[in-house]
Design a protein around this ligand. Sequence first.
Ligand SMILES: Nc1ncnc2c1ncn2[C@@H]1O[C@H](COP(=O)(O)OP(=O)(O)OP(=O)(O)O)[C@@H](O)[C@H]1O
Ligand SMILES: [Mg+2]
Ligand SMILES: [Zn+2]
Length: 506
Amino acid sequence: MLARAIAATPWGIEARPVDVEVDVQNGLPQIQIVGLPDAAVRESRERVRAALKNCGFDLPPRAVTVNLAPADLRKEGNHLDLAIALALLAAHGQLPQEALAGRLVCGELGLDGAVRPVRGGLAIADLAGRLAARELLLPAGSAGEAAALGGIPVIPLPDLAAGIGHLLGSERLAPAVTNGSPGEPAGSLPDLADVRGQEVAKRALEVAAAGGHNLLFVGPPGAGKTLLARTMPGLLPPLTVEEAIVVTKIHSLAADLPPSGLVTRRPFRSPHPGISAAGLVGGGPVPRPGEVSLAHGGVLFLDELAEYRRDALEALRQPLEDGTVTVVRTRARLSYPARFTLLAAMNPCPCGHLGDPRHPCRCPPPVVERYRARISGPLLDRIDLHVEVPAVRLHDLGVRSAERSAEVAARVRAARERQGFRFGPRHPTPCNAALTAGELEAACPLEPGAGDLLAAAFERLGLSARAHARILKVARTIADLAGTGRISASQVAEAIQYRALDRRLG
Ligand SMILES: Nc1ncnc2c1ncn2[C@@H]1O[C@H](COP(=O)(O)OP(=O)(O)OP(=O)(O)O)[C@@H](O)[C@H]1O
Ligand SMILES: [Mg+2]
Ligand SMILES: [Zn+2]
């Protein structure tokens, strides 16, 4: 007898359908799984057998063939356990085939019959919608994020027995309701008003948040670089619904525990300096999104930038340029979104005090040179804002800054709205930092004096064409914060000020 169930497997940040066909014949008692199963699919056979047995189903010894189609699609086995078990029951006449029709079922089985969470619940719900499924059966631990999409009812399964009860109609389960994302409580983030002095650095954070510009802080220990960086999430506008769906899909693929609902806060990722290139940009035998993709839509914070592995930093160049990461597999190229704002901090030298008037630096020049060479020119070139953060003066420590993060966030939001309006509703990346060479000129009309100033700086500082474009983009953001269409000379001057390292480190 033949039975069929529909499951799904992750593919990039999306999900692809998998047709699970089970055929039962008289013959040598065995379960054969075909359709290019990976090692995980073979393990699935053992999980399915044990789970069915522990739920009280003793299937007669027959020859069972499980066919997973399409054959050439690389599948993640644990996603398919539930569909295999249910189709197996249907093929043995223990479950009517109609109960599986129109339903998408996805979940990993524990040996005891528990249904365990799988990666990518939101993408699977998206697929169920496109297939016009009448219901999606998911592990209880994956159902919350999937329900966030709305549309198709998502049934949360605690275990196999409950799923069978639901399908037989003997004990219906209620659809999952989404509960939003817990995220980090806003109270635990430092507020800009908690940072004394450092007005230039604060302003640079505002500009970076408003235009999506990459930002590097350079300064001595204890100047407040880490503190400043941690205020960034409080300056960014919330994710739009479209962005939230993409961000949730990525996070539901990567985390050990899927999110319990839609991720609505912009990500702020701060991986440890020991992280490998694969950990940072993604990849591996079962491809996973890396930190750059987990930071999509938000911030990747690399504190102590010079401590990161050289190959890891070099691997950042492609995602910084393209906003995506491509993982090449034997059969296909997968890509993960990776458009993030890079926020980095470092000391000017190993002891940290180079240029500090109160602490002499004792690093020999070759040591300083080697230290700085860890950050390559091409990486530095992709950072729009370089800001020196000097040691805080005693005087500043006594003065409490008046402006709170919420006030700055309101300006950032207005500036982002202006950019969104300029780029139009269908633009994939409505941020000044992502302006292409072709868009630059039309988007950046200059007041007469501003053009002259930029030309003079270009000559005097010996700027590269790339640095020239970056200054224009930053000036565009500064004008958007001020709400002006044309870019003024003082706005260009401010943008030039953020290129300190072109002369010092370059
Ligand atoms: N401008 C400031 N306003 C208020 N507190 C500050 C300021 N700068 C530093 N601090 C205090 O000093 C502590 C250390 O600052 P922080 O860790 O941000 O320095 P840093 O520049 O990152 O130093 P390092 O180079 O050693 O990493 C902070 O936790 C904070 O309490
Ligand atoms: Mg620090
Ligand atoms: Zn030093």
